[in-house]
Design a protein. Structure first.
Length: 495
RNA sequence: GGUCUCGUGGCCGAGCGGCUAGGCAGUGGUCUGCAAAACCAUCUACAUCGGUUCGAAUCCGAUCGAGACCUCCA
């Protein structure tokens, strides 16, 4: 088996399947982005960090990737009974701002946070309001195919009709229509719908609405699920490789996307559905109402009551990747502290390997093949449904070996060292997207530290330990950690 | 109420029929003027009760417990 063949747990089929791109060497990915009505919370970040890692791995293997992640800036209702206020418009009234101001503010915030987590920007980041025409044409297509109906200026998807013509509604979330009917509640303002599980494609807007557009059915705005269907098909085609998002979007959002796409184009829009799991805080779900939540910036500044200190985005990213994306991950101060230490250890070895001047000496065959097989296992694990925790475990095993070499001798061949350097550094930087947290590390800073260490060395040589310890302790206080080797001294700058 | 998922050592977290996951913490050494870092060695596991199997954290059933979705959410 080739360990660069990717296997993906397809949540549509519930099976791990070998990934076969529609077009050889190309991969199209759509991930549901945020609704920009408030600051991104950490759970969102986990999803985007994971899909960033997925995209990075495809790049690493040489695929040409088109990664589309939308910005929802209209159409997302406060409740999903297709009745109620638009999230953006509600927040706009609350803050006395224009809807576009809200969108701008939180889009910028989102980008800033994503940047700090070292995620690569998507290749296309379309907005819902920028694709009203595409959404209207999609509604027209669905109407023409007979899977929607118009009532009082609104258009609804006709789930019953869809089922009657041999389609499945619930294939992704494993629900059947009886369950849905049994579980549905009586909500106000649903009298326009023929059936409770029908969902809005286009909503009529009354005078109180500030965000609205002309359409063949009068003035209104698009339904939430529609934008993803319209934009994914526009940029990736009616059928594309991978669709991702958080678990919680499986139903109803992704289910509706499938129905819409089939209703418009008569085919399932996606080959592989990938869903990342939730993030909990201290064992409980994050929720703004109970205060059980952390915002990214609170993490970076340490200002949350759930934390005893601040954590850098790299540490948080590393922490997230230490768990598999498909499981629930619990976030806690203690777990973060443990991760931070491990992260430092990993990154120290990264620096060591990256800058090591390797000279081939003797070769220990056993060590040599151990390094080779660990390098190979990084690909095997990453290809097996993006198993980042196992990849990290292999990297740590390499860390031990490398540190051992460093304190004894490097008993591997030239070519093995090159493989190690390429694989270890490649996985850390390019695949996992981890970066050393050293900030403001200008060459001037380094030169100054080296000068100070030079003075300390002199003091030590003169057995003036009072001076040498003072230098060391004061440097530690300002975040420079000293590591004395046999004949050299190295240092690490902590933030 | 309906539909699912999960219960792993002091903590986090992989594995999902036989082979040491890994990280953090702990313990004992080595190195060092002392530290730190690093190295070597080492201790704690698979919720409970049954069943299948030569063999089960891993499969099946029951019980208890936790969580998610069905309602805005990544």
């Amino acid at each position: 088996m080739n360990n660069k063949e990717i296997y993906i747990n397809n949540t549509l089929t519930g099976k791990k399947e070998k990934f076969k791109p529609i077009t050889e060497n190309f991969v199209g990915i759509y991930v549901c982005g945020p609704t920009v009505y408030s600051e991104v919370h950490l759970g969102n970040c986990r999803t985007f960090v994971f899909f960033d890692t997925l995209v990075r791995y495809f790049h690493f293997l040489g695929y040409k990737v088109r990664y589309v992640r939308n910005i929802t800036d209209v159409g997302h209702l406060v409740n999903d009974a297709d009745e109620g206020e638009d999230k953006i418009a509600k927040k706009a009234k609350l803050e006395q701002l224009e809807p576009m101001e809200i969108v701008q503010k939180y889009t910028l915030n989102f980008h800033e946070v994503m940047h700090s987590f070292n995620t690569l920007p998507p290749d296309i980041e379309p907005t819902a309001t920028g694709h009203i025409n595409e959404q209207i044409s999609m509604v027209e297509k669905i109407l023409k195919n007979g899977f929607a109906y118009e009532v009082n200026g609104s258009v609804y998807f006709d789930v019953k009709k869809f089922l009657e013509s041999g389609n499945d509604y619930g294939e992704l979330s494993g629900r059947n229509i009886e369950d849905l009917l049994a579980g549905s509640r009586d909500l106000d303002g649903q009298q326009d719908k023929k059936s409770p599980q029908d969902f809005a494609l286009w909503k009529n807007a009354d005078d109180s609405h500030i965000m609205k557009w002309d359409s063949p059915w009068g003035v209104g705005f698009p339904g939430w699920h529609l934008e993803c269907s319209a934009m994914s098909s526009k940029y990736l085609g009616n059928k594309f490789d991978i669709h991702g998002g958080g678990m919680d979007l499986k139903f109803p959002h992704h289910e509706c996307e499938i129905a819409q796409a089939k209703g418009a184009n008569h085919e399932h829009p996606v080959n592989y559905w990938v869903h990342s799991n939730m993030l909990t805080l201290n064992g409980k779900r994050m929720s703004k109402s109970t205060g059980n939540t952390i915002l990214p910036f609170e993490l970076f500044t340490g200002s949350s009551s759930h934390l005893t200190k601040s954590f850098s985005p790299s540490v948080v990213r590393f922490f997230m990747l230490q768990a598999h994306y498909s499981g629930v991950l619990d976030f806690s101060n203690e777990a973060l502290i443990a991760s931070e230490k491990g992260f430092r250890k990993l990154m120290n070895a990264f620096d060591l390997i990256k800058h090591h001047d390797f000279v081939e000496q003797h070769i220990d065959e056993q060590q040599n093949s151990k390094v080779e097989s660990l390098c190979s296992s990084c690909f095997t694990f990453m290809s097996d449904d993006f198993n980042t925790p196992k990849v990290i475990a292999s990297l740590f095993e390499l860390v031990s070996i490398v540190n051992h070499f460093n304190s004894t001798s490097w008993s591997i061949s030239n070519s093995t060292f090159e493989l190690l350097q390429k694989t270890f550094c490649g996985f850390i930087e390019e695949v996992l997207g981890l970066e050393n947290e050293i900030t403001g590390n200008s060459s001037l800073t380094n030169q100054l530290i080296e000068l100070v260490l030079e003075l300390r060395k002199d003091a030590k040589a003169n057995k003036n330990y009072q001076i040498s310890d003072k230098i060391r302790d004061e440097l530690v206080k300002i975040g420079v950690e000293i590591k004395d080797g046999k004949d050299t001294t190295s240092y690490t700058i902590k933030n």
